[in-house]
Design a protein around this ligand. Structure first.
Ligand code: ARG
Length: 489
């Protein structure tokens, strides 16, 4: 009994090893007598996700064929058949008429080449001359990374425009500034918002750098060593809009740095958005009530009728984990790969796409939330009087009257301690009450406690004073203008 069971299992494994009827791939069938099982084929396939690169694949193949014809490697007639066949396939994919079949094709490169060859015959078989899927997949991925960087750059600039608009519109509104999440010093809401403008501006620069890293052409590196055909790599590089051809064929087919650059830029950007969302979540609590999120950017509860939840802000915050995960994942994938191409590297596209999609969706959501939320100016002003945030300025007042700062700090510390016990604000103290702590206090001490004055006096470059923020707004507009100009190029 046990014996026959064992035999059954062996028989099944044997059938699988023999390929369960799967024919060896026509592309490399020559030296094979068996093929992986369907299950294993699907495990090894990248078609389900790399079909997203069909445009890049067709564009790359057309450029390669045109160069082969120009160099006399294939005939002009073959080039025409290839080009027309590829255009036809592009039209079908565009219209959703092309059927992708993961049981037949491992990846987008094989799917398109197979159908092309079925249609145009031997010319299709000549397309792959002097090319390997190793440089083909690399050039496609360089192109799509470049395209995705352009999309993200556009989305960042769009959000910067909204931050600028809100910062200008809310100019003059004071609010509490925090350190350690404890009330610290009052600031302008515009100043707080502009902090995010500059984060986004650095994100813009990081994505520009990632785009520049992607903008080198690996096509013509072939499998790893270059090829004996007289390829003109500069010609294909220029035709595909790259800055230049890459320098080393071995590096070219195994380099994924440009994707790490992209996903790192996405991770930092996502973390910035997450910080903004964390603030929006806190600010929209009943306890803070600094902001009211727009209805169209909030959700309700299925059981509690009173609820208005900042779901989208929370989701963006939550999604920062996955983008950081994409970065870690790809770093670990690349880490153990000896030169040159290893199948491990097929694991590069999903983290790229996931990071790009996540940061694009998050930028869209944050841009909308920020454009539509209502800041509660009166509540922000009221909160600026809580938390004894005028204490530093009161100490500075005493310093102005000649008291060393350390002593002034101690005097004001005693005042604040008493106010906390009495439950009053610093602004509620009379001049006489102040004088009971120090003879140096006079009637003008109240000006030192005025919240607007406190903000206005922070005149240092980059500070929160009204004049300094006006300068900053102009600088932000100029930076935004530069980004817009870079996108138009
Ligand atoms: N599907 C592969 C990838 O995305 C491309 C083919 C790589 N070449 C190979 N010899 N398996 O990386």
């Amino acid at each position: 009994m046990a014996d026959s069971k064992a035999k059954e299992v062996t028989a099944t494994n044997g059938a699988q090893a023999a390929g369960e009827g799967t024919e060896p791939k026509p592309l490399w069938g020559g030296r094979f007598s068996a093929a992986p099982t369907g299950e294993l084929e699907r495990f090894g396939a990248s078609l389900p996700f790399d079909k997203r690169m069909w445009r890049q694949d067709i564009r790359g193949s057309k450029a390669h064929a045109a160069m082969l014809a120009h160099q006399g490697v294939i005939s002009a007639e073959d080039e025409r058949l290839i080009r027309e066949g590829l255009d036809e396939i592009a039209g079908e994919i565009e219209r959703g008429e092309f059927s992708f079949d993961v049981d037949r094709d491992e990846d987008i490169h094989m799917a398109i080449e197979r159908v092309l060859t079925e249609r145009v015959g031997p010319a299709g078989g000549r397309l792959h001359t002097g090319r390997s899927r190793n440089d083909q997949t690399a050039v496609d991925t360089h192109m799509i990374a470049r395209d995705l960087a352009d999309e993200v750059l556009e989305a960042i600039a769009k959000m910067q425009a909204v931050v600028l608009e809100r910062a200008e519109g809310e100019f003059g509104v004071v609010m509490p500034g925090y350190t350690h999440m404890q009330p610290a010093q009052p600031v302008l809401l515009s100043h707080h918002l502009l902090a995010y403008f500059w984060m986004l501006d650095r994100d813009f620069r990081r994505f520009q750098a990632a785009r520049a890293a992607a903008n080198r052409c690996p096509l013509g590196s072939a499998a790893l060593a270059g090829t004996t055909y007289p390829l003109d790599r500069q010609m294909t590089s220029a035709a595909l809009g790259f800055d230049a051809a890459t320098n080393n064929s071995m590096d070219s087919v195994s380099d994924r740095d440009y994707l790490l650059d992209f996903i790192y830029a996405a991770s930092v950007c996502q973390v910035h958005l997450s910080r903004l969302c964390e603030e929006l979540v806190i600010w929209s609590t009943a306890e803070f009530a600094f902001v009211e999120m727009d209805d169209a950017h909030s959700t309700g509860s299925s059981i509690m009728p009173q609820k208005k939840n900042p779901d989208f802000a929370e989701l963006v915050r939550g999604k920062s984990g996955r983008v950081a995960g994409d970065l870690m994942g790809l770093l670990m994938t690349v880490k153990g790969t000896p030169l040159t191409y290893d199948k491990d590297l097929q694991e590069d596209k999903e983290p790229l796409f996931d990071a790009a999609d996540t940061v694009l969706g998050s930028l869209m959501a944050c841009t909308g939330m920020l454009a539509t939320c209502a800041f509660k100016d009166e509540r922000l002003r009221e909160a600026s009087h809580e938390g004894y945030m005028a204490a530093t300025d009161l100490a500075d007042y005493l310093v102005g009257k000649g008291l060393p700062f350390r002593q002034a700090h101690a005097v004001v510390g005693r005042i604040v301690g008493d106010c906390v016990r009495e439950g009053v604000t610093l602004q509620q103290l009379t001049t006489d009450e102040l004088r009971s702590y120090s003879e140096l206090f006079e009637g003008d001490a109240h000006a030192a406690l005025d919240i607007d004055n406190i903000v206005r006096r922070r005149t240092t470059y980059g500070g929160t004073g009204h004049d300094a923020v006006k300068v900053q707004l102009e600088e932000a507009k100029a930076a935004y203008g530069r980004n817009e100009a870079a996108l138009a190029r």
